[in-house]
Design a protein. Sequence first.
Length: 338
Amino acid sequence: MRKTAPWLLVTLLATAAAPPEAPQTVDIAPPYHDAPEMAARPATPRGTLHSFIMLSSESRIYPGIRQLDSDATRRRDSWGNRIAAPADQQSAPAPWRREVFVYVPATYRPGSAAPLLVVQDGRDYAARVAAALDTLIAAHRVPAMIAVMIQSGGGDAQGSQRGLEYDTMSGRYAEFVEHEVLPRAAALYGLRFTSDPDGRAAMGGSSGAAAALSMAWYHPEWYHKVLSYSGTFVNQASPVDPATPRGAWEYHASLIPGSPAKPIRIWMEVGEQDLHWQDPEQSWHNWPLANDRMAAALAAKHYDMHYVRAAGAGHVDPNVVAQTLPGALEWLWRDYPR
């Protein structure tokens, strides 16, 4: 009978039984530098980056959004936040056209069920995610996962298609991804995605991060991992839902404290000078404060959470992303498969 090397046995046992880490907050400071994993290496196998187009006319879930007219987009409250216009100041639904990027690792075997990373605002992250995954997968630091990186339907904040998709407090966006985006990607490129929620992660920056958390919060049967940069955990949702009157601010104000802990692992970051960083709490629109509150609420419920506060950094600071993305991905996937 062949014996297992002692060091290998210890490694296998540690991987199989790795407990959740205690919630952790880490402060980082400039100068920020690209992580070495972000640089292409000649000997590293490179995955393939595909793209395709989706139209609103093809969607049952998001057939179009009522766009605000020019006067309505100038309406703001006393804190300077945009206010959604009444229905009589809105135009007819507008069509959207979105691009979806699909990263397939070099080692993917067609038809096999692969781990999945879904990224919001896909165009902003496609190249960086692909570069990080090439290096991490080749070094066996993360599993050979497929990344589906989805551009929003357009616009920003209240009254826009992006705002409707990302800032709405519901599982609707996750359902759009599950039932309309992933099947299209699978059919086009001969892919299969794991159904194991431990093998699925959602990622985004700003409102895309709020969307990533909503994907896991409202559909934990699909996603157990979240990666958030400058999460818009503030009062941004439109139209207002009486169940969550302050939009994603309710995550840390009421939903997380008032609910049993969900099987979500979350890595999150905020910049010291992120959006509205000097605004008072009553604005419900201070990004650093909202993320600090998120970290505290998650820690109180003993979530598997890693929180990074970046000194001197702004909103979804690209230098911070380039420094932290490989480590964030590795932390999220550190014990997969269990």
